[in-house]
Design a protein around this ligand. Structure first.
Ligand SMILES: [Mg+2]
Length: 481
């Protein structure tokens, strides 16, 4: 079982806790205003158009019965058709390291009927990415005592399934674990690894003197030209991956060439999992993929003077991941012949900076979308946000693409629920000089995201996942048969 890998530090949690407790309403208002103007790119959305064709294909396949949205058992119409869906974080909510959290099994016994079928749509959203979703589904089935299918598991790289535009292009993948197998499983048919590049161009990997070729060598074969780069997770040999990825970006994917000096857009770059650090067994947090991205972004900028740009950023708290989760929840409802639209989502997690931030960010998108459809709601939203002018929220052109018939979310809200069984510690001591602590707070989120105290404000705080499920059932007045 993946440990509490992508979770942030206890310090970060305490900082967020302090912010939640102490930050002034003025700061909240200004931060809200800042995020209202946040571009779609900053939310990790661009270019969402890439995913639309895949969504169309998936939806059509689902209608034709071919989409693999497998819920166990046969179709049946539950008398109590749900109008809500649940998104569960895994580490700190259902498990701690390798140990299941006791409340989790009880919670899931409430989520299935006597035949073991889910009574509401459920997905698991994790930033882990170094294994196949089938593997994670099998682990969860074992832990929870309920059959979980691969389609219920959303890993940091899962939204790449939507990026069919790249599935037949030659993509370079970076990470560790079975990256080639993961890429193939996601639909990529022409994949190159950093190791394959290194073997073909041994003179390019020169940082480790012991790995330098002993004799002069020339490229041993012709690999196809790289057309896009996919960053799955932190690699083992950072210097090798950093060097070769920069080489690929500066040569347009053809490592036989020298670095190009003219300023041209670099190859499409897609990154999964932005977590700067993660907690393992060590006392202090360890470097995560976000740290690797910091290195890559800064090296690229130092060499070229230009910003490294991402075609897409995914994994929590990226809105793209939540949109994909919403789509998978809709898919489950369709598969079960639940005709009532799934209008409410509940995201249950233990991490303010990923689970709560991400759910609230997606909720903000849903609310803005609702406002565009209903101008009267704009004034209500503006009042709630403390604004004196009922300005229509800024809408990026790319966001309009979401209004596609096939990408249209049925959800109108995504509420965040924080549990206290993971990294969030409600007992954290507040230092005497909290204001100084706030000023010194460092945002560990990705470069393209902004810190906003309002986004780390959970909708509800409960002790554990069982209480979370009970609270949702009560709120939705959902009675089991
Ligand atoms: Mg967690």
């Amino acid at each position: 079982m993946h440990s509490v890998k992508w979770q942030r530090t206890a310090l970060l949690q305490r900082e967020a806790f302090l912010l939640r407790q102490r930050v002034s309403s003025r700061m909240l208002r200004s931060a809200r205003a800042a995020v209202t103007n946040m571009s779609a790119e900053m939310r990790g959305l661009l270019p969402f158009s890439l995913g639309l064709s895949a969504l169309r294909t998936g939806q059509q396949a689902a209608r034709a019965g071919g989409f693999k949205c497998e819920l166990h058992g046969t179709r049946s119409v539950n008398k109590a058709q749900p109008t809500f869906g649940l998104l569960f974080d895994i580490d700190g909510v259902l498990v701690r390291g390798r140990m299941p959290i006791p409340a989790a099994k009880k919670a899931f016994s409430k989520l299935v009927d006597s035949k073991g079928q889910f009574v509401v749509p459920v997905v698991f959203v994790t930033n882990a990415g170094n294994c196949l979703r089938q593997t994670k589904a099998a682990q969860l089935s074992h832990i929870l005592g309920v059959q979980i299918t691969a389609d219920q598991v959303i890993m940091s790289h899962s939204p790449l399934r939507m990026f069919k535009k790249y599935h037949n292009k030659c993509v370079l993948v970076s990470g560790q674990g079975p990256v080639l197998e993961i890429a193939k499983n996601l639909g990529f048919n022409n994949v190159t690894s950093v190791d394959m590049l290194r073997e073909t161009f041994p003179l390019l990997d020169m940082v480790d003197h012991n790995r330098r070729p002993k004799l002069p060598s020339t490229p041993i074969s012709n690999l196809p030209q790289v057309e896009a780069v996919i960053l799955f997770g932190e690699p083992i040999r950072w210097e090798t991956n950093l060097q070769l990825i920069i080489d690929v970006l500066l040569t347009g994917g053809n490592l036989s060439r020298v670095h190009q000096t003219q300023k041209t857009p670099h190859l499409p770059l897609l990154a999964c999992n932005m977590d700067l650090m993660w907690m393992a067994e060590a006392h202090s947090p360890r470097f995560g993929h976000g740290t690797f991205l910091v290195c890559l972004e800064n090296i690229y900028k130092k060499i070229t003077g230009e910003e490294l740009k991402y075609e897409a950023l995914m994994g929590k708290p990226s809105e793209l991941t939540y949109h994909f989760a919403e789509y998978m929840i809709r898919c489950q409802a369709t598969e079960r012949a639940w005709t009532s639209p799934i209008t409410s989502l509940y995201a249950i997690g233990d991490n303010l900076m990923t689970d709560i931030y991400g759910a609230n960010l997606y909720n903000r998108y849903l609310q803005e979308r609702l406002s565009r459809k209903n101008p009267k709601a704009v004034a209500k939203l503006a009042t709630a946000a403390g604004s004196t002018t009922a300005a229509i929220p800024h809408v990026e052109e790319a966001e309009n693409m979401w209004e596609s018939e096939f990408a249209l979310p049925s959800a109108t809200s995504c509420k965040s629920i924080l549990v206290c069984t993971g990294v969030y510690n409600p007992q954290a001591e507040v230092p005497p000089d909290a204001s100084q602590c706030i000023q010194e707070t460092v945002f560990h989120g990705h470069r393209d995201f902004r810190f906003d105290p309002a986004l780390v404000e959970p909708g509800q705080i409960v002790n554990d996942v069982l209480e979370a499920v009970e609270a949702v059932f009560e709120k939705e007045k959902f009675l089991l048969q």
